[in-house]
Design a protein around this ligand. Structure first.
Ligand code: DQA
Length: 148
């Protein structure tokens, strides 16, 4: 039997700039450190993590199109696209995989525009305001969802 433990960890626009963004919202890890930490969480949970980041909306859409057969679940932090990118919402629907939405900051305690998420109805869980630990919670929830 093949193990269904492949998790695609997706970061959208401006997340590659972590380390240069306000630490009070996003913490002080660089993007590389964030990915490294997520990789460690995944290893601890026996999940196989694959990473993708882009600042180009269409690239994220095409990445989601290509996931069929390559991933069993998705962790996605689309950055500002969360709040308005219907194309990403539709592509997530096409991907059809169990997905968790993660935000480093507490989007509901910030500006009003951040309270809207267009992807939320295609995610079985949203985690916000827990910094990097939110990714551990997301991967743990995915492990449970996949019955692993
Ligand atoms: C973010 C929150 C978004 O509102 C913001 O545009 C980001 C990062 C977060 O991780 O807290 O770029 O998704």
């Amino acid at each position: 039997m093949t193990t269904r433990n492949r998790v695609d960890v997706i970061h959208g626009v401006n997340l590659d700039m972590l380390g240069r963004r306000p630490a009070r919202h996003y913490g002080d890890l660089t993007f590389d450190q964030l990915e490294q930490q997520i990789g460690e969480f995944a290893r601890e949970l026996n999940l196989e993590a694959r990473f993708f980041q882009t600042n180009h909306e269409g690239e994220l859409v095409e990445h989601l199109h290509r996931l069929e057969g390559l991933a069993d679940a998705v962790v996605i932090n689309p950055g500002a696209w969360t709040h308005y990118a219907w194309s990403i919402r539709d592509a997530l629907e096409i991907a059809g995989l169990p997905a968790v939405e993660v935000h480093l900051s507490d989007v509901d305690a910030r500006e009003d525009f951040r309270k809207v998420s267009v992807i939320r109805d295609h995610c079985f869980l949203t985690i916000k305001g827990q910094g990097v630990e939110g990714y551990r919670a997301a991967l743990t929830a995915i492990k449970e969802k996949l019955d692993l």
